[in-house]
Write a protein that binds this ligand. Structure first.
Ligand SMILES: [Zn+2]
Length: 116
């Protein structure tokens, strides 16, 4: 399961981001790109194991799905590649787009509670 490696990575990023914080993390929000094939249910499943014994233990994980976005190499417009447009730019038909969103799991936000 490649989900575990994503969990380990964003958990480490979050721990790193929290090392100067006084409070305790109450919620961790991540976005999951459509292209990653990551199933949110696995993130939720592995999260408690990954944060056990860390500053994140007991925090809630929130997962948001993000669709793939591509910037067209031909005309510069942004589009969502899908079967309907044959994964090509709907404006000019170009296929050399640059993926700008939706191909990674990204740590978006950490909510801190002041309770000690
Ligand atoms: Zn185009």
């Amino acid at each position: 399961m490649h989900e575990m490696s994503y969990v380990v990575r964003f958990v480490n990023q979050a721990i790193d981001a929290l090392k100067d914080e006084e409070g305790k993390a109450s919620k961790v929000r991540v976005s999951v790109g459509e292209m990653t094939d990551v199933l949110p249910e696995y993130l939720h499943k592995y999260y408690p194991q990954a944060v056990k014994g860390t500053i994140l233990e007991g925090s809630e994980l929130e997962v948001e799905m993000v669709p793939v976005r591509v910037i067209c190499g031909g005309c510069g417009s942004e589009y969502h590649p899908c079967r309907e447009n044959k994964y090509l730019c709907p404006s000019c038909g170009d296929g050399n787009g640059k993926v700008v969103a939706g191909r990674d799991v990204v740590l978006e936000q950490i909510e801190i509670s002041d309770e000690h």
